[in-house]
Design a protein around this ligand. Structure first.
Ligand code: NAD
Length: 352
């Protein structure tokens, strides 16, 4: 593994992955990112001067640019994280999700296919294209049962539908063209560098700022949570041990209702950073109208990756959530620059 093109490396999971890959491999990393609102170069400040790391500002929908990246950097591996990823935004404006998640993935696969065809046999054999996806493609579960790799797709939001489409495209490039595609479908991630529009960082930062903690509906929706670094380690495992053409579910068996997550966050914050008035952060919880098409329950059966590749998560939810809260408490500057928008103004070089 010597050169990895990572798409979307300035986002939440991509930036965590780059940190872990630079630490645990000798690979050169090329980070191709458009820097949408979700792309934050602050999350990569500490690796910016590493000679094995290169940032390229670009859009995966731009065919010419993507082909140039393949020609110039001659990667052995592509790890495709870039996506529009927030379900609520996909309900308000699905177009960007179709463009990046479907068309962008198509552009990337096409460029990879042409590049792969041009490789000599020895390099060809080691080339890998890893498509990173979500458990949301499987739809919603009743009270029991788990998503396996064989569960039929039944996406319910424009986000999950666009990811499902990209999964189908990625799969077809393996079956039709022999491109060595690997696919991962992971449960909800949490951890450092998470943009505070998502449940866990939103609740932590709102709590500390004395704002309300808005919970959808009755808060009984169930999600399966995985610490982001465990997801990144799983991706490295799939890269090195996974079989092209296969897909692997990734999850940590941490099913929690949204309500219990918010209670846990409040209780840990009550202990680590108590409110000035001595009351619990639970006082700030409010209930808001449910999201349309809100899936009731997700739960991943990750036994295939455990059995076949030997990956198991290191963190339990209890250890991972404490690490996460500590990270947000210790990285006030990162949080402040996200909430006041300065992370975006500087990197765009405008007063926007
Ligand atoms: P994110 O929204 O935090 O980051 C997405 C990154 O992609 C950003 O840096 C953004 O600037 C970049 N990007 C967006 N459009 C682009 C384009 N057209 N060209 C180049 N770059 C572009 O997302 P995330 O939470 O880090 O998720 C990464 C991937 O993992 C996504 O594919 C997502 O579907 C998948 N996933 C996420 C989770 C989760 O819980 N967050 C779980 C399972 C799978």
């Amino acid at each position: 593994m010597s050169t990895i093109v990572v798409t979307g490396g300035a986002g939440f999971i991509g930036s965590n992955f780059i940190h872990i890959a630079l630490k645990n491999t000798d690979a050169n990393i090329i980070n191709l990112d458009k820097l949408t609102y979700a792309g934050n170069l602050d999350s990569l400040r500490d690796v910016g001067s590493d000679s094995r790391y290169t940032f390229v500002h670009g859009d995966i929908c731009d065919t010419e640019m993507v082909e140039r990246i393949f020609a110039e950097y001659q990667p052995d591996v592509v790890i495709h994280f870039a996506a529009e990823s927030h379900v609520d935004r996909s309900i308000d404006g699905p177009a960007a999700f179709i463009e990046t998640n479907i068309n962008g993935t198509f552009v990337l696969l096409e460029a990879a296919r042409k590049y792969f065809r041009s490789l000599k046999d020895d390099v060809r054999n080691s080339f890998r294209f890893l498509h990173v996806s979500t458990d949301e493609v499987y739809g919603s579960l009743a009270d029991s049962g788990y998503f396996t790799e064989e569960t039929p797709y039944a996406p319910n939001s424009p986000y999950s539908a666009s990811k499902a489409s990209s999964d189908h495209l990625a799969r077809s490039y393996y079956h039709t063209y022999g491109l060595p595609v690997l696919m991962t479908n992971c449960s909800n991630n949490y951890g450092p560098y998470h943009f505070p529009e998502k449940l866990i960082p939103l609740m932590i930062l709102n709590a500390l700022e004395g704002k309300s903690l808005p919970v959808y509906g009755t808060g009984q929706n169930v999600r399966d949570w995985l610490y982001v670094e465990d997801h990144c380690r799983a991706i490295l495992t799939v890269l090195t041990k996974g079989v092209p053409g296969e897909k692997y579910n990734i999850g940590g068996h941490n099913e929690k209702t949204n309500m219990s997550i918010v209670h846990t966050l409040c209780d840990i914050l009550d202990d680590k950073s108590p409110r000035a008035d001595g009351k619990s952060y639970r006082e700030q919880i409010t209930f808001v109208k449910d999201r349309p098409g809100h899936d009731m329950r997700y739960a991943i059966d990750a036994s295939k990756i455990q059995r076949e590749l030997g990956w198991v998560p290191i963190e339990t939810f209890e250890t991972g959530i404490v690490k996460t809260i500590d990270w947000y408490l210790q990285n006030e500057d990162w949080c402040k620059r996200v909430t006041d928008g300065s992370y975006r103004r500087e990197r765009l070089g405008s007063g926007e």
